[in-house]
Design a protein around this ligand. Structure first.
Ligand code: ADP
Ligand code: MG
Length: 260
C-alpha cells in the first residue's frame, strides 16, 4: 500500500481503494435508507424522531458527493463524506458524526492498511467522545463504537488477525454494545432529558453506527473477494462484563499466571 511511486494522479492501488471506499459509502447510504423508519421509531421513543431522516439525508448526499469525486482515494472520499454529513445533517449530530469523520480521515494519508484503519477508528471514537462529552454507559453511539474500536484494535495489534476477521469481530462487539444501551439510562443527548424513562430503549445513534459497520464489513469482504467471516467477539466487549473464562483472552481478564 505504499504511495512511494505516486505522482499527482495517484497510484493504481489508490484508485482501487478509492473505488472500494465509494462502494462502501453507497452501501451505507442504501442500508440507512432501508432502516430510516426503524431509526426514526427508535428516536421517537427517546428523542425527537429525526435520526432516520438525518442519517438518510446525510448519507444519500455523501454517496452523491463521493460518486462525483474525480480521482477518489480513501482519504478524499472520507473527507468528503464527513463534510457532507456536517452540511446535510446539521444541528448537534452533524459535527458529532460528520466533523469527527473529517478529522479521522487525516489518518488515511497512506491509504487503507490494517494500521491506518485502526488509527482512523481510534481517532473517530476519540473525537466523538470529546465533542459529545460522552463515555461508555451514557446510552449513546459511544456504547457501540467503544467495544467495536477496542475489539478491532486488539484483534489487529495483539491477536494479529486478518483485517476482515478483525472487522467481523468489531461488528459483533458493536452489536453487543447496541444491546447494552437498552437497560441503561441516557446521560447525554436528548434522551437524557427523560431521566430514568430512557431505560429500556435502544439508542438510535448506536444502532445506525452498527448498520454502518455491517455495511463496511460486507463491502470489505466484497473488495477482498472473500466471505464475511464468522465472528464471536468474546473479548473485549463492554466494561464490567464478567469475562467468559473459557476464552481467557479478554482485556478484563486477570493477568495470566506464568507458572513460576
Ligand atoms: P439529535 O439528538 O440532535 O436529534 P440525532 O437524532 O440525529 O440528533 O442523533 C441522536 C443520537 O446522537 C443519539 O441516539 C446518540 O447516539 C447520539 N448522541 C446524542 N448526543 C450525544 C452526545 N452528547 N455524545 C455522543 N453521542 C450523542
Ligand atoms: Mg434526534
Amino acid at each position: 500500500m505504499s504511495r512511494e511511486g505516486r505522482t499527482d494522479g495517484g497510484t493504481a492501488d489508490e484508485a482501487t481503494e478509492g473505488a472500494a471506499v465509494v462502494a462502501a459509502v453507497e452501501a451505507v447510504a442504501d442500508r440507512i435508507e432501508d432502516e430510516r423508519d426503524h431509526l426514526t421509531e427508535l428516536d421517537s421513543a427517546i428523542g425527537d424522531a429525526d435520526h432516520g431522516g438525518n442519517m438518510a439525508r446525510g448519507w444519500a448526499a455523501a454517496a452523491d458527493a463521493a460518486r462525483d469525486l474525480d480521482d477518489p482515494d480513501p482519504q478524499s472520499v472520507c473527507r468528503t463524506v464527513g463534510k457532507t454529513l456536517m452540511a446535510e445533517v446539521g444541528g448537534a449530530s452533524g459535527p458529532l458524526f460528520g466533523g469527527s469523520f473529517v478529522f479521522a480521515s487525516a489518518e488515511l494519508d497512506d491509504g487503507v492498511t490494517a494500521e491506518s484503519a485502526v488509527a482512523f477508528a481510534e481517532t473517530y471514537l476519540q473525537k466523538v467522545e470529546d465533542r459529545g462529552d460522552a463515555r461508555v454507559g451514557d446510552q449513546t453511539v459511544v456504547d457501540a463504537l467503544t467495544p467495536a474500536v477496542h475489539t478491532f484494535k486488539k484483534s489487529i495489534e495483539t491477536d494479529e488477525l486478518p483485517p476482515l476477521e478483525a472487522l467481523a469481530k468489531a461488528v459483533d462487539a458493536a452489536e453487543r454494545g447496541v444491546a447494552f444501551t437498552v437497560p441503561i439510562r441516557a446521560k447525554k443527548g436528548r434522551a437524557s432529558y427523560l431521566g430514568w424513562r430512557s431505560v429500556g430503549h435502544q439508542d438510535p445513534g448506536a444502532t445506525s453506527a452498527l448498520y454502518i459497520l455491517e455495511e463496511l464489513l460486507a463491502t470489505a469482504a466484497d473488495a477482498l473477494d472473500s466471505e464475511v467471516p464468522d465472528a464471536d467477539a468474546t473479548s473485549p466487549t463492554i466494561p464490567d462484563e464478567e469475562p467468559d473464562d473459557a476464552a481467557g483472552d479478554g482485556e478484563g481478564d486477570a493477568p495470566p499466571e506464568d507458572g513460576d
